[in-house]
Design a binder for this molecule. Structure first.
Ligand code: TXA
Ligand code: MG
Length: 353
């Protein structure tokens, strides 16, 4: 769409935002539910529309680095380095805030999450509104994040003023969040920009993962409030089956057959490579293992599909892919409430004669 047309189309949504209303819009990661970040009342409306706990802070979307400087206290030097490398794009930075962004927007915290999106609609909406746009993902709290406008409509129709339909998003997982408000830069939420990419820019040992993110670490709490809530949850009971491909297929087929025999509606998340080997239930192909970006893009939509079908039990393969595996498995493991099944190894006996 030529820029002038986009400007024209976004004039009205921009006005809605300026007047304190709520507009859902596409970004390169997921759809966001936007309000004027400097307007406490708009932020209150966002929490109400999503049914989101008001201590879970919003991300402020900007179009120019000067807006970061306008709302932050003194910035760590790494902020500029990361902005040069990854903005506009799927990276959110947490910095110490000044008084310009109200506490309603930051869930009462003295830090603020800031992102400069690359999606042309998101960028133009910020410019047209003249606002910095506070936007969480545009889903009802607890449901998978929306990757198409239809998902937003399913959750929020009648509760917000407008939805801008920009088609399916490009990435499909929410932005990588890095905390730069104190100490060593820390990844609070994994995303498309992975730890290795951050290390390349900041140097090894100069960026780390939030220890609270690791599932086996029960003593630490994730630092991002949103990572503590049960999240991304499909309505069905999701279990992830790990192991060698043959063992995973065999285990899922056995478990699906057992669940169907007891009257449950079963769904299976398969890869393109294994799709034809599954025998029971609503089998959905999420993408080829050779194309992890496709897997990421489809993940939330697949979980929503099972909700729509009234699926009660879902078995999924694990997707520990090279670039986005940490981000994909983080979302999947949370959706599964940490239910992991190790597929039994098929043991081949050697019989001596
Ligand atoms: O890709 C994205 O980031 C999308 C699009 C719309 O930009 N937005 C998004 O927002 O995912 P939301 O609200 O669903 O997730 C924001 C996360 C939450 O886990 C929240 O707790 C965390 O960011 N967060 C926000 N401000 C924070 C702060 N000051 N300190 C720590 N965590 C913060
Ligand atoms: Mg969200």
């Amino acid at each position: 769409m030529p820029g002038d047309d986009l400007k024209e189309i976004l004039r009205e949504p921009g006005e809605i935002l300026r007047e304190g209303g709520l507009v859902a819009f596409p970004t390169e990661t997921v759809y966001g539910l936007g309000g004027d970040a400097e307007n406490a009342e708009s932020s209150r409306k966002i929490y109400a529309a999503k049914g989101r706990p008001s201590d879970n802070p919003l991300i402020v979307h900007i179009a120019d680095f000067s807006q970061m400087e306008a709302i932050a206290q003194e910035l760590a030097p790494q902020v500029r380095i990361l902005a040069d490398a990854f903005w506009p794009g799927p990276l959110t930075m947490i910095v110490r805030k000044n008084d310009r962004i109200p506490l309603e927007t930051t869930g009462g915290l003295d830090t603020v999450a800031v992102r400069m999106p690359s999606h042309p609609v998101a960028r133009q909406l910020i410019l047209s509104s003249g606002c910095m746009i506070a936007a969480p993902s545009a889903n009802s709290s607890g449901r998978p994040s929306p990757t198409r406008a239809e998902h937003v409509a399913d959750d929020l129709s009648g509760k917000i003023d407008a939805i801008i339909d920009g088609g399916p998003v490009e990435i499909g997982l929410e932005s990588t969040i890095v905390d730069l408000s104190e100490g060593i830069p820390t990844v609070l939420r994994p995303g498309y920009i992975n730890l290795r990419m951050l290390e390349e820019v900041l140097g090894q040992d100069h960026v780390r993962m939030d220890p609270g993110l690791m599932e086996e670490n029960v003593s630490a709490r994730p630092k991002a409030p949103g990572m503590r809530y049960k999240h991304y949850a499909p309505r069905g009971d999701l279990k992830i089956v790990e192991g060698a491909a043959d063992d995973v297929v065999e285990t899922i087929n056995r478990l699906s057959a057992e669940a169907i025999a007891t009257g449950s509606k079963v769904g299976v998340i398969a890869s393109a490579e294994t799709r034809s080997r599954y025998l029971y239930g609503d089998i959905v192909e999420i993408g080829p293992r050779s194309d992890e970006e496709e897997i990421a893009r489809h993940l939330f939509g697949v979980l929503r599909h099972f909700d729509d079908q009234g699926i009660e039990i879902i078995y999924s393969e694990a997707f520990d892919t090279p670039q986005m595996g940490t981000a994909i498995m983080n979302r999947l493991i949370k959706a599964a409430a940490h239910q992991l099944i190790l597929a039994a190894r098929r043991v081949t006996r050697v019989i001596f004669v």
